[in-house]
Design a protein around this ligand. Structure first.
Ligand code: DON
Length: 362
């Protein structure tokens, strides 16, 4: 249980973070993914392009939300984390590793490339790898496999009402030529065993599940908490497998930005083209960010800014020392002298000290 002072500090710091990033101009080059229509520019969208929410759920089972946290958006590639987790549960790490690697590909998420030495996709976070993890899911038929995948998403989010958005799913299926092509190529090479249409639909159905940022943060907190949902108390994953999932998120979760992300931000994370980023601070908390403007790599621009600040300004880099954590504790994080690629968008760290701080320091 967090103290009242800690709760106030988290609320204050998340509020300040949200306000500061809201005030930052976007680059103007953002693209917005709409199922069936592809990547649009800002002029083709309505006010929904400005939606922006940050949620944090702690392993004590407390949740903090700021911004548009009631808006539900499709998971898209964030679902790959949970499909991989379920495949690991179904088969164990060795058998899953025999079918899909754990190496960052350095490629875009939809690259038509596999590791030709091993005839495996590079990792389960790119599309080719997710097709294999979907192929691995156990179940008597397609309906049962989807039911099991949904049960995993619902359990981690703590919301039994999560469901596939049928309109999004049909638009995805109708515009999935690249994924379909990849699936046929992989099947011709013996890398996929099931029927292509079934595997593709199962993958895209999970992409089409809509969640709020709050639910996303609870899904992240379930991973931060070793596989037990900290709000419902339900165990969704064996603790040991969560380590495998987080390792792959850390090295492969952000596609061709994954190495820089691990270095600069240092928080295991997974993005989706809907504008979601799910990020996990093991043993502490889960983060869900939603902001639909994407950069050239398909990652949410504001989502990246949030995670950078959480890491750099609030000391949540997974390799930071405990005395740098300025969210759960009143510490002052260590700052880099000259951050190499941080955008110069932040006030000096001292400006983060809010009036409330004196009152909440403990
Ligand atoms: O595979 C697709 O085309 C999408 N439904 C999901 C892609 C995605 O989210 C990639 N991530 N950034």
């Amino acid at each position: 249980m967090l103290s009242a002072a800690t709760e106030r500090r988290i609320d204050a710091r998340l509020g300040a973070l949200h306000a500061r990033i809201c005030a930052e101009p976007l680059t103007g080059d953002e693209r917005y993914y709409v199922s069936g229509r592809g990547y649009l520019d800002a002029t083709e969208l309505g006010p929904e392009r400005d939606q922006f929410a940050i949620s944090v759920a702690t392993i004590d089972g407390e949740r903090f939300d700021v911004g548009d946290h009631t808006v539900a958006f499709p998971l898209h590639s964030v679902s790959k984390v949970f499909t991989y987790a379920l495949a690991l549960t179904d088969h164990g790490p060795d058998d899953v590793l025999a079918r899909v690697g754990v190496e960052p590909s350095g490629d875009p998420f939809n690259a038509l490339r596999v590791d030709e030495r091993t005839m495996r996709p590079y990792n389960p976070m790119v599309n080719a790898g997710a097709l294999v993890t979907n192929d691995l899911l156990l179940g008597a038929d397609a309906d049962q496999r989807l039911a099991r995948a949904l049960a995993m998403l619902r359990g981690c989010a703590g919301n039994e009402r999560l469901n596939v958005d049928a309109t999004i799913l049909e638009a995805e299926v109708a515009s999935a030529d690249r994924n379909r092509g990849a699936a046929y190529l992989m099947r011709s090479a013996g890398m996929l065993h099931g029927a292509v249409d079934d595997i593709l639909r199962l993958y895209l159905a999970q992409c089409s599940v809509r969640v709020t940022s709050g639910e996303l943060s609870v899904m992240a907190a379930t991973l931060a908490n070793g596989g037990r949902n900290p709000i419902t108390g339900a165990r969704l994953l064996p603790r040991r497998l969560v380590r495998d999932v987080l390792s792959v998120m850390h090295t492969c979760g952000m596609y061709d930005y994954a190495g820089s992300w691990a270095f600069e931000v240092g928080i295991p994370a997974k993005s989706g083209v809907g504008g979601a980023i799910l990020a996990v601070i093991p043993g502490k908390l889960g983060i869900g960010v939603y902001a639909p403007g994407l950069d050239g790599q398909g990652n949410s621009v504001r989502g990246i800014r949030v995670c950078r600040e959480l890491s750099e300004r609030l000391g949540l880099h997974v390799f930071a020392t405990p005395d740098e954590d300025a969210l759960l504790t009143a510490a002052t994080p260590a700052e880099r002298a000259t951050p190499p690629s941080m955008e110069p968008v932040l006030p000096p760290a001292t400006d983060l000290t809010m009036e409330t701080d004196a009152a909440v320091r403990h």
